[in-house]
Design a protein. Structure first.
Length: 170
């Protein structure tokens, strides 16, 4: 197991044990996840990246705007999350929005995907479900996943919702 994997496992155990009905998924929480998972490797763990990044020619949010972008993400999406989910479909939709938007913003230099997956699993566990089945993702599903992330730029969450639904436990 790699050093970064051990850090994410440690963070997953810690934050899962701390989950309660009062857990609020906000920017501070996301920064704490990232810091605990990677602070043994990177001095920038738990802080927004200060460099611009892209992947496959797809640019992520500009570094200089990350504080404002993340504040907007919190206001528009995180603060609107339900504290308790009655509908599994509502949970799937909210997890998809949070997961897709966080990956689209890409606030960290390293560990964005692992942090987003950990956050998605914590959201699912808070609602009383087992972890998402990310291990079911093959090459074809991953391509759809990437398209889903890119569609978040236009607030189009349909592909990401379908993806989360396809790996939902049960």
């Amino acid at each position: 197991m790699s050093r970064s994997s051990r850090g994410f496992l440690k963070a997953e155990i810690y934050f899962t044990e701390k989950l309660s009905a009062r857990t609020k998924f906000d920017v501070k929480y996301i920064l704490s996840l990232h810091k605990m998972a990677l602070n043994h490797l990177y001095s920038f763990a738990g802080r927004y990246r200060d460099v611009n990044m892209s992947k496959g020619g797809f640019p992520f949010a500009e570094a200089k705007f990350l504080p404002e972008t993340m504040a907007e993400f919190e206001k528009d999406i995180l603060k609107k999350l339900k504290n308790k989910y009655v509908s599994q479909e509502d949970l799937i939709q909210d997890v998809a929005k949070v997961h897709g938007e966080l990956l689209f913003i890409h606030p960290f230099r390293e560990g964005n995907g692992r942090t987003a997956r950990l956050l998605a699993n914590l959201m699912i566990r808070k609602a009383g479900y087992e972890s998402l089945r990310f291990e079911k993702v093959g090459k074809k599903e991953f391509e759809e996943y990437v398209k889903g992330i890119q569609n978040c730029a236009n607030k189009d969450y349909a592909k990401m919702i379908a993806f989360i639904r396809s790996i939902f436990p049960g």
